[in-house]
Design a protein around this ligand. Structure first.
Ligand SMILES: Cc1cc2nc3c(=O)[nH]c(=O)nc-3n(C[C@H](O)[C@H](O)[C@H](O)COP(=O)(O)OP(=O)(O)OC[C@H]3O[C@@H](n4cnc5c(N)ncnc54)[C@H](O)[C@@H]3O)c2cc1C
Length: 362
């Protein structure tokens, strides 16, 4: 039986531990906090569009990953505000998941399924563990270890400013705002806990923490928001590309393995999947790099979209949202299961090649 240490009782670390337990392996799990879950509560959205060809993310978690995780609510409507346009789409668009330390949070749900005790209040050092265990699974949510191992490349650095707000909300609707004045090439979004409480998040790209309060104030002013704030947080968010995701006996999962896509900064589904694949690879002697191939392809596709967003103006955003919600296109994107991300990437690649060909030679 291999001796396995897991760093972090977060989304990816707990998923890995559960998969190892399912195969009869008891890992040693180290968590620096006194209990699982992020210190601030928020609601994460997952978009069906980003996980294709998976049709239903919750059914996939249950049936393929053996994770009976319950979402907070299905996501049935997205309202998109750009500077001069407001459009919405409806359908089976994804799910909302509760995050944080509350009973129903995704982390708490995973933890309640676990039999192995967690070593809480224990800041783990991966080098020491790599020396004493056969394998170390790093699910610490940051990029420090892959940077040191030389397998990390930054893609997008952002600052995230968030709050829990009170107001009147539709529990199945995600609201999104895009305006280069306050978020550059990123965005802001609101995800509801219920009809009275929601998390409101502003993501500012290429930002250092200094300007975040000013951008947050501008966002509220430009959008004319009047919610009541009951909790606030601010953190740095870095998405990157990590390859290979295993170096020697160190296996990188979740954010530490680069499994947070750089288009919207979503990483919940990929953190769960990479954790399970790490457990599976270790228990069955399979290649973790091969098992995570599809996840890396999704990152590469999302990167192509991110590059397009990086060059867009507010007028481009108005046009894009109009285009994405035009009747025929809307039907194609949201009411089929076509892997739009993949084909958009192919299309963007062809356009880039064409541009290279027709560019006049100097
Ligand atoms: C504000 C915010 C909003 C987000 N919204 C969305 C969203 O809407 N949709 C989506 O899909 N994704 C979203 N994400 C991204 C998603 O939350 C992450 O991709 C996911 O949580 C990554 O899981 P992880 O297991 O890698 O890390 P985490 O879940 O962060 O877990 C890491 C754990 O490791 C512990 N740890 C760290 N270092 C050590 C150490 N040395 N020793 C012991 N323990 C350690 C930490 O305490 C923590 O418990 C959001 C993230 C944030 C911050």
């Amino acid at each position: 039986m291999p001796r396995i240490a897991i760093i972090g009782a977060g989304i990816s670390g707990l998923a890995c531990a559960l998969e190892l337990e399912r195969h009869g392996i008891t890992p040693a799990i180290f968590e620096q906090r006194s209990r699982p879950g992020e210190l601030f509560s928020h609601v994460a959205g997952t978009l069906q569009l980003m996980s294709r060809p998976i049709q239903d993310q919750v059914a996939f978690l249950h049936n393929h990953l053996h994770l009976p995780v319950k979402p907070l609510a299905p996501l049935r409507r997205i309202i998109m505000h750009t500077p001069n346009t407001t459009r919405s789409i409806t359908g089976h668009l994804g799910y909302f998941f509760l995050r944080g330390q509350d009973e129903g949070s995704t982390e708490s749900q995973l933890y309640s399924l676990l039999k192995t005790p967690v070593f809480y209040n224990h800041y783990a050092d991966w080098r020491i563990l790599a020396h004493h265990y056969d394998y170390v699974v790093v699910g610490d949510g940051i990029q420090q270890v892959p940077r040191i191992l030389g397998c990390w490349q930054d893609i997008l650095k952002t600052w995230v400013r968030g709050a829990v707000v009170l107001g009147n909300f539709d529990p199945n609707t995600l609201i999104m705002w895009i305006n280069t004045r306050y978020c550059r090439s990123a965005y802001a979004y609101l995800t509801p806990f219920d009809s009275r409480r929601a998390s409101l998040v502003l993501i500012v790209s290429e930002s250092n923490g200094d300007e975040i309060e000013e951008k947050w104030r501008l966002f509220w002013e430009v959008e004319g928001l009047d919610y009541q704030i009951v909790e606030s947080f601010s953190i740095q968010h870095i998405s990157g590309y990590c390859y290979p995701p295993q170096v020697g006996n160190v296996i990188l999962v979740g954010n530490a393995g680069g499994f947070m896509e750089p288009f919207l900064g979503f990483g919940l589904m990929a953190a769960l999947r990479s954790g399970i694949y790490a457990g599976r690879a270790l228990a069955r002697g399979e290649s973790y790099t091969n098992l995570t191939y599809d996840l890396r392809q999704q990152i590469i596709h999302a990167l192509a979209l991110r590059r397009v967003l990086n060059g867009m103006t507010n007028a481009d955003y108005d046009r894009l949202v109009n285009l994405l919600t035009a009747p025929g296109i809307r039907q194609l994107i949201y009411n089929t299961n076509i892997d739009v991300l993949k084909y958009t990437t192919v299309l963007l690649d062809q356009l880039e090649r064409l541009k290279q060909k027709i560019r006049p030679r100097m």
